[in-house]
Design a protein around this ligand. Structure first.
Ligand SMILES: Nc1ncnc2c1ncn2[C@@H]1O[C@H](COP(=O)(O)OP(=O)(O)O)[C@@H](O)[C@H]1O
Ligand SMILES: O=P(O)(O)OC[C@H]1O[C@](O)(COP(=O)(O)O)[C@@H](O)[C@@H]1O
Ligand SMILES: [Mg+2]
Length: 319
């Protein structure tokens, strides 16, 4: 292989830059040129690419987001969009592609692989909803962002004897909610994977405030309900003030943690080594602290949910 491409797609996350840097520097060591596509699959369909050398990826390791930018594209889901991408790659003399992204982007990578393009995926999404990797890129940084915010909110909640409903991201996954609830000592983690009974929660919260506790933190996964409605129900039932904080896109940015910098560097290197040695149609992943490759077919067929042990732990340590 003489020339490969790289792109970041879907929701950005911290660690993408570090992974791109690692992939580019590994490729250069192997005498392979790298082109970076801007704005994910949009750039691939437009042929919007820039050459990436060692200098182009210096000074980005510690920055959140992705300097290649990211996007979501409905057109790329169509066969026409995918063929446009393949044609552009041929014209640019690009023989293989590294895709950084979440479950959607990896489904797109599988589509390109089925069209005959050598592809390797790097799981990158704060949601941690991608199977065959213990952690995706960006998850650890997002969790650290969340616990910083929750700790701050707890201070003000205590000062006013309030209950807070704090909404975190995760799409259909309760991973961020359950882990951050354990790490902050929150009273409840409301997640899509477990049914919850709001009446019971309100009774327990009322008892908690009546016995003199001065705050309550309820971490709500975005896929598990409406923050304001839950907050209003709690307020009406317990008679204490409630507030809502939606952490939103704050969770996705910021300097990557050591864990994410290391994971990104390991993933980027292995992805290029696999691609250049002819092992394509796979995703790199972390399993028991080793970097493994899994066929994209299995990744896309698979499902990932937070471990039951973790969900149970959040319940046992809460109210
Ligand atoms: N089924 C699919 N086939 C081809 N491409 C897809 C498919 N699903 C998603 N993609 C591409 O991947 C992009 C990112 O997917 P999305 O689910 O929004 O984010 P993420 O990759 O972070 O999970 C989509 O906008 C689309 O271009
Ligand atoms: O940035 P957008 O387009 O508002 O999307 C928000 C969504 O992206 C995420 O932050 C990341 O999800 P993906 O990795 O699937 O893109 C979700 O947690 C959230 O629901
Ligand atoms: Mg996703």
């Amino acid at each position: 292989m003489k020339r490969i491409g790289i792109l970041s797609s879907g929701g950005d996350c911290s660690g993408m830059n570090a992974a791109i840097r690692s992939a580019v520097r590994t490729a250069i060591r192997l005498n392979v040129e790298v082109m970076g596509f801007r704005k994910g699959y949009l750039g691939l369909m437009k042929g919007d690419a820039i050459p990436l050398d060692t200098k182009a990826v210096s000074g980005i390791l510690h920055r959140g987001g992705t300097f290649l930018q990211s996007a979501r594209s409905a057109e790329f889901k169509t066969p026409e969009g995918q063929l446009k991408a393949i044609e552009n790659l041929k014209e640019l003399g690009i023989e293989g592609l590294v895709v950084l992204g979440g479950d959607g982007s990896l489904t797109g990578a599988l589509a390109l692989h089925r069209l005959g393009l050598p592809v390797v995926g790097i799981p990158s999404s704060i949601d941690n909803d991608i199977p065959y990797t213990d952690m995706a890129l960006g998850v650890d940084t997002a969790l650290n962002n969340i616990i910083y915010a929750v700790d701050c909110i707890k201070d003000t909640a205590s000062s006013h004897a309030r209950a807070f409903v704090i909404e975190v991201m995760g799409r259909n996954s309760g991973y961020l909610a359950s882990i951050s609830a354990i790490a902050t000592g929150a009273e409840y983690a409301l997640v899509p994977e477990r049914e919850y009974n709001l009446d019971e929660i309100c009774q327990q919260l009322r008892a908690r405030f009546e016995e003199g506790r001065d705050n309550a933190i309820i971490i709500l996964a975005e896929g598990a309900g409406h923050a304001q409605e839950i907050s209003d129900s709690i307020k009406d039932a317990i008679g204490f003030e409630t507030r809502v904080t939606v952490l939103g896109h704050y969770q996705r940015g910021g300097a990557p943690t050591v864990f994410d910098r290391l994971l990104a560097s390991r993933f980027g290197k292995r992805a290029v080594e696999l691609l250049v040695s002819g092992n394509s149609g796979v995703m790199v992943g972390l399993s028991c602290n080793s970097v493994l490759a899994t066929p994209l077919e299995d990744v896309i067929k698979g499902e990932k949910r937070p471990q039951d042990e973790v969900l149970r732990l959040a319940e046992v340590l809460g109210v």
